[in-house]
Design a protein around this ligand. Sequence first.
Ligand SMILES: C[S@@+](CC[C@H](N)C(=O)[O-])C[C@H]1O[C@@H](n2cnc3c(N)ncnc32)[C@H](O)[C@@H]1O
Length: 450
Amino acid sequence: MVESSTPSTNAFQAQTSAQKRAFSYSNTIHQLFTSVFQQKMPADRIVGEYFRAHKKHGSKDRRVIRESLFALFRWWGWLKKVHTSTEQDESWFAVLATVAELEGHSWSQFSEAWQSFANQSDKFNVQPSTQPLVTVTDKCHFVQQNFAEVSFDTKDLLPQWFWDVTDVSPENELALIEAMSSRPPIWGRAQKQSTAQLLSELQRDDITATGSEFFTDSVNLGHKSINLNAIKPYLQGSLEIQDLGSQVIGQVCNPQASDNWWDTCSGAGGKSLQLRSLMFNQDNNGTGTITASDIRKKPLEELLKRAKRAGFKGISVAAWKDETLPVTANHFDGVLVDAPCSCTGTWRRNPDMRWLDDTNVVNDKHALQLDILTRSAKAVKLDGQLVYATCSLSPVENEHVVNAFLAQHPHFALLPLQHPFTGQTTKQLTVWPQDANSDGMFVAKMRRKA
Ligand SMILES: C[S@@+](CC[C@H](N)C(=O)[O-])C[C@H]1O[C@@H](n2cnc3c(N)ncnc32)[C@H](O)[C@@H]1O
């Protein structure tokens, strides 16, 4: 943890207990915020490590600290124009007070304290909003009113390099910014039981969840954090957490109950489990199998634990250590390549990454992605399917990779896809975060011809 310079409470005349507490929260948030940028490490990791080392914080403290920190990153495209120093000065308190307004945080006693610290300087006159801030356009006006000497635009909320590497039509721009400036809900899937059964079990655990209009096994678990290890459906494997956008990938694969699929970049198996679950839903005695591979061993161990929890047979792992194919060539009905990528489609959940990464994160993986796709394609049997997916919103990692592959492999052809949320037919599908309140994803499906 990086030590940030701490001004004395006297400097800001923190007198009441709420002001003193607000001051102490500010110290912690500032330390964490500074650490994320200095260590170039995801905020989630920095915060996790901090709370493990500082058990003194109760659940309310943790909520104020964590939510204020993530909100700072969410709105940093504007706030960095206000807080240009690295100190805990008046401008820092001005941005803390502002994020509390932008997010509608309930801790008004602390945001009022931050506001009063900011307004001790002649430079600031931060005022709360007089009306509800619903859209990013409302929020932009609010910030503009409070900080009249700088100019703000909704597009600032995503870095310029993102706009440079992403094809967003002008009519979709605002909806994308709106989605990227909010958190999606937690999405999950019902496994080995109906969604209705799962929902009623969740209700027994006091968790309000709803089904989804798009996929029969999807459940929306809302925005509240859930201690998964305390709920029965999760422990029994009848609930898996998987974003709705990610679920599109398994749905596009559409594996049949007796198919053999190879998940070449399985990680801890989010999609392997979904594929197995979809097979199981068709026929729970089906002979289908999933082989999961990854360059890293640890996630494969985690995958096996998750498969055991779900009681899924037919899932095995084959570590992919070198250039050699870890599976039989020309064997699989389907091969899924969920390639390593920039993850720009998951920025709603990790708003810090848009400020930690730069354009290289999108541009430097094209060769690796094409190489993995090319090697994976060798395992597809005649008439079998090859699915390429990323959680990137950039054509550089998506269409450009698929088109380069097809140019070198004319015996593969794209299969048309229907967007599950909008109904549009397309050759290569980008799921935008605003389409159905999910992460962003990309998927293309090819068939191996004679
Ligand atoms: C997008 S993540 C996969 C997420 C996973 N499919 C899921 O649904 O949870 C990409 C994975 O590719 C793996 N990877 C990176 N380079 C690889 C390579 N050369 N061969 C195989 N896997 C690789 C990474 O370790 C990472 O787990």
